[in-house]
Design a protein around this ligand. Sequence first.
Ligand code: NAP
Ligand code: MG
Length: 482
Amino acid sequence: MSFLDFAPAPESTSVLNLRTSYGLFINGEFVDGHGEPITTISPATEKPIAEIAHANAQDVSLAVAAARKSHDTVWGRMSGTDRGKYLFRIARLIQERAREFAVAETLDNGKPIRETRDVDIPLVAAWFFHYAGWADKLEWAGVGPNPTSLGVAGQIIPWNFPLMMLAWKVAPALAAGNTVVLKPAETTPLTALLFAEVCQQAGLPAGVVNIVPGLGEVAGAALVEHPGINKIAFTGSTGVGRHIARTLAGTDVALTLELGGKGANIVFDDAPIDEAIEGVVRGIFFNQGHVCCAGSRLLVQENIHDEVVEKLTRRMSTLRLGDPLDKNTDIGAINSREQLERITSLVSQGEAEGGVRWSLDCEVPQKGFWFRPTVFTGVTTSNTVARDEIFGPVLSVLTFRTAEEAILKANNTPYGLSAGIWTNTASRMLQVADELRAGVIWANTFNQFDPASPFGGYKESGFGREGGRPGLAAYLTTEGAR
Ligand code: NAP
Ligand code: MG
């Protein structure tokens, strides 16, 4: 089955029809915020898209109160069958508005339209369909008898997959009977607000979903510190995740953290090489490398190093960088000037430490934030680019001689989110997979997602799983709703 099955419904006709300004979405309505509104821009052109209201602590309190009321009086008491109907309706509406969502996401984030159209938005719909089906089957969630919702969930998401991260969090929370207050990332609030419109269209009861765009240190921090919250689900950087865990230590607030990564793509000399090259390219250049589970380290068996690097750069030479709204574009814009500066600085450090840099030779648009696909060879495990999460289109190549050495090097990172293994020897595939400390391991493929398949990390990549049954269980308790 392909997730394209979840792509636009045949009757889809909608086009982008944005408002010039968007409020916060609290208790089923768009309202003004008490924070200073900001203009969200397209990172590909630096042109304004819309003015977005910003929440402060007072707005967050209003949103939590609305979510509490709707949980205690409506949503938490509704039958799972009825909750499921709302979720199915939301999934269908996302399909119907899929083109609009894809264009809006590409504008606000800078990622290629081919990705938002064929990956992000279809997966968003798939996530809602998946959890719609769970809403009346909570006794199978594996948490024990008579599971109930936790209550009000505070959800904080990053800018790299704005609507997809929303779906990963909102769909299971709602299926399990929780209500939510969600803070999108500062640079990518747009599709979360279009999603609020979908909630209205679906007739979702007021207060079940509340969206509070705002600054991390203001709206995000207020959500984490709010005494009316029963659960915090956070996806973002390890630094902020650590801060949130410290803030919540000793409270009864449930917490899941999805943090950074430095995934290894391990290529053995008996791998299907051409497929491996495709997988390595997709693993690091998909979404400009703004992917927590990116395969940002290529571990290649020493005897095929030169062949692989040669094929890799040849394949990279065919990548097209430019207008994200052009369906031929492979590499879109970097999401923000701040992120571009971070990538640029880490790459300079990698060069200063002796790494050999190769970057795609291509034109870069005058306006906007861009970084050319880059690969580092001649690096050791101590080089910054082989160690730190760059969160950009930058790959570091390391070598190994034996499977044992590959395992040691792959695990030699504080992170533990993803890995890919490329070999035609099944026994080796299984043995290496068994030894890797990574939450998701792909076998002769990379970056495949499925709502039924749990996703999450080890070590500094966080804890808890999103997706499938564990993702549902993370929003349930057997101790009675709080
Ligand atoms: P970030 O700075 O941690 O931001 C993530 C979210 O947290 C944003 O909404 C941000 O708001 C908010 N935030 C910032 N400071 C906060 C605070 N003190 N209290 C509460 N919320 C706060 O991360 P990012 O730079 O946007 O995203 C990149 C990172 O996310 C990378 O490290 C990546 O690996 C990780 N990531 C992990 C996964 C996963 O599933 N494991 C998925 C995607 C991304 P602002 O937008 O206002 O800063
Ligand atoms: Mg933006």
